[in-house]
Design a protein around this ligand. Structure first.
Ligand SMILES: Cc1cc2nc3c(=O)[nH]c(=O)nc-3n(C[C@H](O)[C@H](O)[C@H](O)COP(=O)(O)OP(=O)(O)OC[C@H]3O[C@@H](n4cnc5c(N)ncnc54)[C@H](O)[C@@H]3O)c2cc1C
Length: 474
């Protein structure tokens, strides 16, 4: 069993640490933010200072894949989440009548999510970590570099050092420092080769407001929780304890829409969307919380078939992150925690390159296809928003790329395809996996042909521009 140091105690860092400790490793988490874990979800929401997680107060929804991973790997965390007021969300119960979902099938439970606000989720995971034998979480410890030694041309990480000059040794260092991971800079500083990296601004901005139900009931779901309306999208995400979040997602370059940071403008735009306006009927818990500058970033520590560094594994957002409006970040982080646990079952070998290669293989096989698939959806949506903003007719994707949007249209008219769509949006199956099943691609194409793309209910571009300029729209 290995001595493992996890850098970063966010949701995925802590979940990774839990999974590894339960597999017999001695794990230490070093977390920069000093604030202790609050006693309750209410305290976590009100007062937990987490400057290390910029999205701490942004909308989060846990997809079905997260729930299935919690069922399998951390059932006590799932139970604690439910005890803390997390919501069991069954999308089949909210299917539109046209989808023809008439009977419950034995395996339909796979679509059910367990979801909560980010603060609740993190408080629950952090409390489980604090009680775990073989797992030590140290808060208020900032790591500022790696200690490496050269083995066969690659840097072997043997320890990290902290801003107070402390050195912490490890058989394996796990980087879970999130979207802004300093790993490439640390490798540069220690004289090691840089990992392969792709990084661009995802191009989206988010304007979120949280609400709490006045009567304990959640708003009726009258549209998919992620709903494109021309040049913006709406997220309506139910959470724990009768709370929910409404987010308007825009193209960051769409200057007039920056007015959405003002409460009156934001309210007018959401209020003009007939399937979402009723999500405003709650007690507001926040004003409008804007966020932009979110990176799409992907790293790989094997370059030209050779590891640039060994003794180190990057997980979750520090490995790769995308525009979060598909809500896949935590599910992917949990998937990767399990991949790491499994890769470690064969040991951290005498030759550290063996583990590095095995880990890279597993990430390439299990994780990278999810990153690529998510990026493809993001890029297509951004291109569509830009075309509509510029008054152009968006180019319709052709060939296999057409199947994703076609599934979105066909699913609401066919119970098999509705379930197929839930597999994709729940992060249970890759689109390529679903479309390669016998007959699925043909069925999607056939049903979608009868239902060509149509504008979603909500303001058109002209009306939207009037709304953000403060001019009422009749
Ligand atoms: C606007 C927005 C909305 C999102 N919505 C969803 C959603 O609906 N569903 C979903 O699944 N995902 C969502 N995500 C993604 C999700 O937030 C991330 O995938 C998740 O937080 C990743 O967890 P993590 O532990 O890897 O990183 P983080 O949660 O970012 O945690 C990183 C931790 O590392 C610490 N740290 C950083 N540097 C150091 C250092 N040098 N030394 C020690 N500690 C350090 C930080 O303090 C922090 O605690 C969203 C993201 C954004 C931006």
């Amino acid at each position: 069993m290995a001595a493992i140091v996890v850098l970063g105690g966010g949701v995925c860092g802590l979940a990774t640490a839990l999974v590894l400790a339960r597999d017999g490793h001695e794990v230490r988490v070093l977390e920069r933010d000093a604030a202790p874990v609050p006693d309750s979800p209410a305290d976590a929401w009100e007062g937990w200072r987490r400057p290390g997680v910029a999205q701490f107060h942004q909308a989060h929804f846990l997809l079905a894949r997260s729930a299935r991973l919690l069922d399998a790997e951390l059932p006590d965390v799932r139970d604690a989440l439910l005890a803390a007021g997390a919501l069991r969300y069954d999308p089949l119960r909210h299917a539109p009548p046209t989808a023809g979902i008439e009977e419950q099938r034995p395996d339909d439970d796979r679509f059910v999510s367990v979801t909560a606000r980010r603060s609740t989720l993190e408080q629950v995971v952090a409390r489980a970590a604090a009680e775990e034998p073989r797992l030590q979480v140290q808060r208020g410890v900032e790591v500022d570099g790696l200690v490496t030694r050269r083995v066969d041309g690659a840097g072997l990480v043997t320890a990290v050092h902290t801003t107070t000059g402390r050195r912490v040794d490890a058989d394996l260092v796990v980087d879970a420092t999130g979207r802004r991971s300093p790993l490439p800079a640390w490798l540069h500083a220690s004289g090691d080769r840089s990992p392969y990296q792709e990084a661009t601004d995802s191009g989206f901005s988010y304007y979120t407001r949280f609400f709490r139900s006045r009567d304990g009931e959640l708003p009726q779901v009258r549209a998919s929780l992620q709903f494109p309306v021309g040049t913006f999208s709406l997220l309506t995400l139910p959470g724990d304890g009768g709370t929910w979040a409404v987010t308007v997602v825009t193209d960051s370059h769409d200057r007039p829409l920056k007015e959405l940071r003002h409460e009156d403008v934001w309210t007018a735009v959401v209020g003009a969307c007939p399937r979402q306006a009723h999500w405003l009927d709650g007690e507001p818990l926040t004003g409008v919380l804007p966020m932009s500058g979110v990176l799409d970033r992907y790293t790989r520590a094997v370059v030209d078939g050779v590891p640039v560094v060994t003794g180190l594994a990057a997980v979750a957002d520090s490995w790769a992150c995308t525009n979060p409006s598909l809500g896949r970040g935590i599910s992917m982080g949990l998937m990767q925690a399990v991949c790491l646990r499994d890769a470690l079952r064969d040991g951290v070998d005498d030759d550290p390159r063996t583990f590095a290669a095995r880990w890279d293989d597993r990430v390439q096989e299990v994780m990278t296809p999810w990153y690529r698939a998510t990026l493809a959806v993001d890029r297509a949506r951004l291109a569509e928003m830009r075309a509509l903003r510029e008054g152009r007719v968006p180019e319709l994707p052709q060939g296999p790329a057409a199947l994703g949007p076609a599934l979105g249209r066909a699913a609401v008219h066919d119970p098999e395809l509705f379930r197929a769509l839930l597999e994709v949006v729940g992060c249970l199956a890759l689109p390529s996996e679903v479309f390669s099943r016998p007959g699925v691609a043909e069925r999607v194409t056939r049903v979608a042909e009868d239902h060509p793309p149509a504008p979603a209910p909500g303001p058109d571009r002209e009306q939207l521009l009037r709304l953000v300029a403060g001019v009422p729209v009749s």
